[in-house]
Design a protein around this ligand. Structure first.
Ligand code: GDP
Ligand code: MG
Length: 374
């Protein structure tokens, strides 16, 4: 493969990613030489084959298209965008449901039971997760795979573990794009699980139509305090594990949460957030919760809120991508990287005011951008 300037830049910055970049560039030039990325990602197909395969609901190609979207290699990302552009007219036809709740509340079990309930009723169900920690622990992926074994075998279901590695922003982008691919392939129910801690809940909230919070009875007051912020994001709350000795406690918890919700502004226009009890293991309460989702869709589609929320989400997604890109352009800029330590020190030592330091760096950056344009 020919040397080029881009490659040289990459070599300097990230020697470990070199092989992946090499393979990707081979792909871009249409060369058939197998680099490491070919082995990792399988050979890239022509764009039209991804598009046709996805639209035909071909599971193998669907998997490959998602792998393409998840790849960090620039050539893969370029092609992924081409594929997505072709698929766009066929997207949007699903109900997108986010599922959150503290670890151990039963999210994965709930998804397995709900997913099976839906596939038995001829729905096409895709399951995804947003877990920016998954590359570190691997635990959640393995755990979910065993928990979703039956669903995973169903021909109408497709389970895709969280894309691993990278920032929350990166993982969220990949999940959003994967959702579009699933829709183009005819999946009409998308279920997205969060890890239930930190910012991943906000990220998933911003990509779904309906957000379901799964709680358990008696998890402690301090926990409920943490969850209050998340309760404001929910369109419905489920008290799970309402089985065996736990039924009574679950019902009491439901009353308690319903009272708490009473004082909160409902999140969606024209909708009241309800609390239900369920047992993901026994399957009780699951049909009622699905009915609620259907009702939500009906009401909000009629009022126009459904579409309005989606448009708003796209707009926010655009801005968050721009912010991320601008951030990385700035911090990866060679000149900025050279200047930054000295300016940081000057700020630390109180030699220049912070505002001045920021303006100086930004002016350098702006100049650099202008020069590059020439
Ligand atoms: N008794 C009971 N246990 C449940 C129920 N749902 C989940 N569990 C158990 O709770 C544990 C955590 O479940 P999991 O689905 O992995 O929770 P997640 O971390 O929220 O995804 C597992 O041992 C499940 O078997 C339920 O409805 N009833
Ligand atoms: Mg889980």
């Amino acid at each position: 493969m020919a040397e080029n300037k881009d490659r040289k830049k990459q070599e300097k910055k990230k020697p470990s990613a070199l092989n992946i970049v090499k393979g990707a560039e081979g792909g871009r030039q249409g060369s058939a030489s197998p680099g490491k990325s070919d082995r990792r990602h399988g050979r890239q197909l022509p764009t039209s084959e991804y598009v046709k395969g996805v639209l035909d609901g071909d599971r193998t190609i669907l998997g490959k298209a998602i792998t393409l979207i998840e790849s960090n290699a620039p050539a893969h990302q370029d092609q992924a965008q081409e594929v997505l552009k072709e698929l766009m007219p066929h997207t949007g036809g699903s109900i997108r449901v986010g599922i959150t709740g503290t670890p151990g509340a039963g999210k994965s079990t709930f998804i397995e039971t709900l997913g099976t309930y839906l596939t038995d009723r001829d729905h096409m169900v895709a399951v995804m997760a947003v877990d920016p920690t998954s590359s570190l622990t691997k635990g959640s992926i393995l755990g979910d795979k065993t928990r979703m074994q039956d669903l995973g075998r169903h021909p109408n279901a497709f389970i895709r573990p969280s894309p691993s590695g990278g920032t929350l922003g990166g993982v969220a982008r990949k999940t959003r794009e994967t959702m579009l691919v699933f829709e183009a392939a005819g999946y009409d129910v998308l279920l997205v699980e969060t890890i239930g801690v930190g910012q991943s809940e906000i990220a998933v909230r911003s990509m779904v139509d309906f957000f379901l919070l799964i709680m358990i009875a008696g998890a402690g007051d301090e926990l409920q305090g943490i969850k209050r912020g998340v309760m404001e994001l929910a369109d419905a709350v489920v008290i799970n594990k309402a089985d065996g000795d736990n039924v009574k406690r679950a019902k009491m918890a439901r009353e308690e949460y319903a009272r708490a919700l009473h004082y909160l502004q409902p999140r969606a226009e024209g909708w009241t957030t309800e609390v239900h009890t369920a047992s993901a293991i026994k399957g009780t309460g699951i049909p009622e919760i699905w009915e609620l989702v259907e009702e939500y869709r009906e009401i909000t589609q009629r009022s126009g809120y459904f579409e309005k929320q989606r448009r708003q989400q796209s707009k926010e997604w655009l801005h968050s991508m721009l912010r991320e890109k601008i951030h990385s352009l700035f911090y990866n800029n060679e000149e900025i990287q050279k200047l930054l330590p000295a300016i940081e020190n000057a700020v630390l030592e109180g030699k220049i005011p912070v505002t001045q330091a920021a303006w100086e760096l930004l002016q350098k950056f702006e100049k650099k951008l202008k020069n590059e344009k020439k």
